[in-house]
Write a protein that binds this ligand. Structure first.
Ligand code: MV4
Length: 457
């Protein structure tokens, strides 16, 4: 096992990784920006090195400074968390060349899955269903139009280097396709320094189902079932749960098997996620693979009773998985709410500032992952997540009631949060029946706005 690990991240995930390291007897080195000098991860780590000013580009994204800190601190491995450098193949490759273990998959795997058309092709060759669309990037306006004629409108133009919904354009006809093709390219060039786009049939009102995978360096791969991540707004997840109310045993088996095939075909090692769209008829399609630990990983941890971050670290240290597929069961229902410093009822406007009072919920079946405390000032440079509340219980009803109870107890003063929206979701009859898709939050907000404008007579 490693003796010392550098955590190349901040916020709750840096705290999460430090906690796993401590339980494994590993010393920790935090890196931080000037804006994070008072951050929890700096307090909790055994050692901390400042790597630059508040802007991410000047600190958490500065590869040379992080490698220098690793050399100075004499660490054997780097955990990248999520975001920042977690899916940067160049960074993973530099770690490999510097003989520092990157706690994640091989750089070649990150690179492969970073190109969404290569990822789709890999899935298709592994025997996993994919959304009908272009065979690789689309070279011209004419090719885009030809393809749309073949697969039929509506279609979606996506960035090859994208993911998470950035740089997508929907088109319902030739005119909007030509426009969308060019705006998507411009946007992709600006965001990813790569203008390449591809085209897919647009799947209407899908559910977003992802399968958690773990693979060791000996070639053993297991899945840890699904997470339903359909409750998003503008591609920011708001609430995630497992098991998904949309899957029965048969569908769960088929999606999991498809995910395993994809992971096996690239000899995946570390924690990873295979993302699928599930259409209203029950057809599922691979859309992309995430080669990192995800924000919502605790949902799976509480449902199956495993520590995914510890598993990731053990795998990186060369240890084999200590369990087999048949040892893994969905033992509980689990739901996560991401509490953000945003005004959900005001266009999700960011609400940075100082948390003047902070009292997190607890009690039976509640876990809170957070780096916040009373008096903490949320820096404006980074994402605005305050905490993740995870509720778990023996069934979905119990878990929904428990989450609602926990959110009612949560006291956060000084900033606006997304809690009122999450409480409304938990109380919605359709949500309670498990009937929701990716359009749910938009519909809920529109309905509430209408009702506020025209009170009942
Ligand atoms: C789609 C889609 C419909 N059809 N692809 C958005 C995030 C990115 N990972 C993929 N996304 C989508 N891809 C096809 N062919 C709809 C979405 C989508 C979405 C997916 C999951 C959760 C919320 C969403 C919200 C809007 C669009």
């Amino acid at each position: 096992m490693f003796e010392k690990v550098l955590i190349a991240n901040r916020g709750e995930i840096a705290v999460r990784v430090i906690r796993a390291c401590r339980e494994l007897g590993i010393r920790t080195l935090a890196v931080y920006s000037e804006a994070d000098a008072n951050s929890m991860h700096v307090q909790l780590a055994d050692q901390a090195i400042c790597i630059g000013s508040g802007a991410s580009a000047d600190s958490y994204l500065k590869i040379d400074r992080i490698i220098s800190a690793a050399e100075v601190g004499d660490v054997e491995a780097i955990h990248p968390g999520y975001g920042f450098l977690a899916e940067n193949a160049h960074f993973a490759e530099i770690c490999e060349n510097c003989n520092i273990k990157f706690i994640g998959p091989r750089s070649a795997t990150i690179k492969m899955m970073g190109d969404k058309t290569v990822a789709k092709d890999t899935a298709r060759k592994a025997g996993c269903p994919i959304v009908p669309g272009s065979d690789g990037p689309v070279g011209s306006e004419q090719d885009a139009l030809k393809l749309a004629k073949k697969i039929g409108y509506p279609v979606l133009v996506k960035a090859v280097a994208g993911g998470g919904g950035r740089g997508m354009r929907i088109a319902h006809n030739d005119v909007s396709l030509v426009k969308g093709y060019h705006t998507a390219r411009t946007e992709a060039e600006r965001a990813f320094a790569n203008p390449a786009v591809y085209i897919e049939k647009y799947v209407e009102t899908p559910r977003h189902i992802e399968i958690q995978i773990l693979g060791d360096q000996k070639g053993r791969i297991v899945h840890l079932f699904e997470r339903d991540c359909s409750l998003q707004r503008r591609h920011q997840k708001v609430l995630e749960e497992t098991p998904s109310p949309a899957l029965d045993e048969d569908l769960r088996k088929r999606i999991s098997k498809a995910a395993i095939k994809v992971a096996e075909s690239v000899e995946y090692s570390s924690a990873g996620t295979i993302e699928f769209l599930l259409d209203p008829k029950g057809n599922f399609y691979f859309i992309e693979m995430n080669t990192r630990i995800q924000v919502e990983h605790p949902v799976t941890e509480e449902a199956v009773g495993l520590d995914l971050v510890k598993e990731q670290i053990r795998i990186a240290a060369g240890e084999p998985l200590s369990f087999e597929q048949r040892d893994i069961r969905l033992l509980r229902h689990a739901i996560e709410c991401r509490i953000n410093a945003e005004d959900a009822y005001n266009g999700f406007r960011p609400s940075p500032g100082t948390i003047s009072f902070y009292y997190p919920p607890g009690g039976h079946g509640i876990r809170v992952d957070s780096h916040c405390y009373g008096g903490y000032t949320i820096p404006s440079h980074y994402d605005s997540m305050i905490a993740k509340v995870i509720a778990y219980g023996h069934d979905r009803r119990t878990t929904i009631a428990r989450m609602h109870r926990a959110l009612s107890e949560f006291r956060i003063e000084g900033v606006k949060t997304t809690i009122p929206l999450q409480r409304a979701i938990l109380q919605d009859p359709e949500f309670q029946r498990g009937r929701y898709n990716t359009a749910f939050i938009e519909n809920l907000l529109n309905r509430e706005q209408r009702e506020a404008a025209e009170p009942e007579v």
